[in-house]
Design a protein around this ligand. Structure first.
Ligand SMILES: Cc1cc2nc3c(=O)[nH]c(=O)nc-3n(C[C@H](O)[C@H](O)[C@H](O)COP(=O)(O)OP(=O)(O)OC[C@H]3O[C@@H](n4cnc5c(N)ncnc54)[C@H](O)[C@@H]3O)c2cc1C
Length: 431
């Protein structure tokens, strides 16, 4: 009788302690499963670069990795195992692998034979096109640390090649892209006294320029040529840009901005780089384009105006403005929400379809609420046809309309760089 009583007490105590954990665990699994299904539906489960490769036979489903991910949304627990839920969000911090108590995670590219977004390269990052190299995120590995290291390494290899250019019109190396990879490559070219040119369609800084204002950037130890090691592990976007732009000025880096490269091909003894209306020659070319692609343009008159943007960097800069957002995806909805939250802005979304498709559930609910409360107006089945300084012209179901306007944000997707690489003759894992 006494032992029965003891067992009952023990079981009750165990249930009181463990039941809440079990219920929480089950609930979280349910949420993660539905997140996974949603990500698969949206095509967001596939990573753009490296991602956590999980050994399911080792994983014990403890969720330490899920909690350690600085980007939060990448991993989840489904059917008791860690699973990549939103691969698109992985930028390769590798914290998941560091904290896994059973060593079940490696951050890598998986089986590249299946991937049509991982270019084939040799040990020096040279593609199948001789003297055409790839460095940084374009090669598959994200993170500023990898970008800086690879940009420098590829130039180190080029500097070790026996021949240098003796023709003033042919550079030793042309670097396409002025992100951390391209900047690091350029600094190493200065160090090795190579003749070089950097071409970028936007400005020096690359993806860092696109980060939201004051974003905290995590960086791991890495040496920048002619600068040394970054001293801190966290910088604000602005601090990091100051370092890059300071180096650009100090070494008067030869960077041409506004130059979108549309092709690279072999000519006799050198490579020809086609930029915006110009061609350049080089013995070697490094593609440091990143993977984010070029925002897709609409091609409407007035799109070149300064009031037209493809990214929202600083939401607080917009107060009491009439803003038109073009697009119907998650980015359009999130930006509409940010701008409408500023209170005084008048925010309108123009979308060519009759309803929003393929939105994350959270954003579908958000836009419904914003429209209901009058914070955002939507004009469905509409196309922007002209952008003027103080208004825009729309075609709404075949009818022309004029809308008073201060700013236009366009979210029409991006053009990934892989088509361009194929045009240059570069081969991929899946080829
Ligand atoms: C929101 C966000 C947060 C991040 N946070 C971190 C973080 O905290 N820590 C971290 O280490 N990493 C972070 N990353 C990743 C990091 O920003 C990238 O890995 C890094 O910028 C890659 O550098 P890159 O030079 O290879 O490419 P990018 O920085 O993307 O630069 C590529 C450059 O190439 C130019 N370009 C592209 N196509 C052409 C063309 N056809 N002609 C001419 N120029 C062209 C672009 O204009 C751009 O300037 C983050 C990324 C994002 C998107």
């Amino acid at each position: 009788m006494e032992s029965y009583y003891l067992w009952t007490v023990a079981l009750t105590v165990c249930s009181v302690i463990f039941l809440p954990y079990y219920v929480k665990f089950r609930r979280q699994q349910k949420v993660d499963l539905s997140r996974k299904q949603e990500a698969v539906f949206l095509g967001a489960d596939k990573p753009v670069a490296q991602f956590p490769v999980i050994d399911e036979t080792r994983c014990i489903g403890c969720a330490t990795c899920v909690k350690a991910c600085p980007e939060q949304e990448v991993l989840g627990i489904v059917f008791g195992k860690s699973t990549v839920i939103n691969g698109l969000k992985c930028i390769g911090h590798g914290k998941c692998a560091e904290v896994c108590p059973v060593g079940a995670i490696q951050v890598g590219l998986g089986d590249i034979e299946d991937r049509d977004d991982i270019p084939l390269m040799n040990e020096y990052n040279e593609t199948v096109v001789p003297n055409l190299y790839i460095a940084g995120e374009l090669g598959g590995f994200a993170l500023i640390k990898n970008a800086i290291a690879q940009g420098a390494q590829v130039v180190e290899h080029i500097a070790s090649l026996p021949q240098r250019s003796t023709d003033a019109e042919i550079y030793d190396v042309i670097i396409v892209g002025a992100g951390p990879t391209g900047m690091s490559a350029a600094l190493n070219a200065v160090k090795h006294k190579l003749s070089y040119l950097v071409l970028d369609q936007q400005g020096a800084g690359g993806t860092i320029l696109q980060y939201p204002r004051k974003k905290i950037v995590l960086v791991q130890p890495v040496e920048i040529p002619l600068y040394g090691y970054l001293k801190k592990s966290e910088y604000t976007k602005e601090e990091l840009l100051d370092i890059w732009l300071g180096l650009k000025d100090k070494y008067k880096l030869n960077i041409q901005v506004g130059a979108k490269v549309s092709n690279v091909y072999r000519s006799e003894g050198y490579l020809t780089v086609e930029g915006t209306g110009e061609t350049f020659k080089a013995r070697n070319v490094i593609l440091a384009l990143g993977r984010r692609g070029t925002p897709r343009k609409l091609g409407v008159p007035g799109e070149e105006k300064a009031k037209v943007m493809y990214k929202l960097i600083d939401v607080e800069a917009y107060q009491n403005e009439k803003i038109l957002i073009v697009g119907g995806g998650d980015s359009a909805i999130e930006v509409a929400y940010g701008l409408a939250s500023q209170g005084s802005n008048q925010v309108t979304i123009s979308y060519r379809k009759n309803k929003f498709f393929r939105l994350k559930r959270k954003n579908a609910e958000l836009i419904e609420k914003l429209v209901k409360t009058g914070q955002v107006r939507t004009i469905m089945e509409s196309n922007i046809i002209q952008i003027e300084d103080d208004h825009v012209r729309l075609d709404i179901k075949g009818q022309k309309a004029k809308l008073s306007n201060d700013y236009v944000f366009i979210f029409a997707g991006g053009e990934p760089p892989f088509k361009l690489l194929k045009k240059m003759g570069i081969k991929f894992g899946s080829d």
